[in-house]
Design a binder for this molecule. Structure first.
Ligand code: B16
Ligand code: MG
Length: 215
């Protein structure tokens, strides 16, 4: 069946904030005296903020209360948002921008399905606040990827059934979420290398060549 809608993950697909996540988590981990490196940071892709913190704390020798954990996550987020303030429309690549415009021209509904609670802020920074037909993000879900909730909410907002939606993801957890929601998945980056998708792409503009997304 041909698709009617495309639901894009944000971080790692539309734009790249993983270095900012890394720097902010690294500052928090250093202060706490916990070992943290880029390999561990890779495990945080597509994972919610509190679950990311739990992964980092696997190496923490001690117990932290729920309040202490929330304040660590909040502190990390404050620093992360300071970094995000440096983002602008320059952080939206020509390839992503022109491919989005072409998919819109072909008549597909376009949505965001991101675990990030900072989604509205990031979309505003890169000049895409008003572009998408629906935005489902970390602010309207209770369960994060690989649970399909964020993508099912997007399909509901668009009034297009899951089997007519294509999810675009860079994280294996996100690809699993799309499949769990009954959607086909196109993967980029890490998830593409892991062959987690129905389509494993080299670059964003390869979406334009998927036969079920024809003009
Ligand atoms: P926040 P995505 C995810 O965004 C990131 O990949 C992940 O690293 C981050 O922990 C998560 O958002 C939550 O982000 O702290 O901003 O709420 O890839 O699902 O767009
Ligand atoms: Mg992602």
């Amino acid at each position: 069946m041909d698709f009617k809608a495309i639901i894009f993950d944000l971080d790692g697909v539309i734009c790249f904030t993983d270095e900012y996540h890394y720097q902010a988590w690294k500052a928090m981990a250093d202060e706490l005296g916990v070992y943290f490196d880029r390999k561990i940071n890779n495990r945080l892709r597509g994972v919610s903020r509190m679950e990311s913190l739990d992964i980092i704390l696997e190496r923490y020798d001690g117990e932290l209360s729920a309040d202490e954990k929330s304040s660590l996550a909040e502190k990390k987020n404050e620093l992360y948002r300071k970094y995000l303030e440096n983002m602008s429309s320059k952080d939206l690549s020509e390839e992503v921008k022109s491919s989005l415009l072409e998919l819109h021209r072909r008549g597909y509904k376009l949505a965001i399905g991101s675990s990030s609670k900072n989604t509205p802020f990031i979309l505003n920074q890169i000049g895409l606040s008003d572009f998408f037909d629906a935005v489902s993000d970390g602010n309207n879900i209770r369960r994060s990827k690989p649970d399909p909730e964020v993508f099912l909410k997007a399909s509901e907002m668009l009034s297009i059934p899951p089997e007519e939606c294509l999810v675009v993801e860079d994280a294996v957890s996100g690809a699993k979420a799309g499949h769990a929601g009954g959607m086909k998945v196109a993967c980029l980056g890490d998830a593409s290398k892991a062959k987690a998708g129905d389509y494993n792409l080299k670059g964003f503009s390869d979406l334009l060549d998927i036969p079920a997304l024809s003009a």
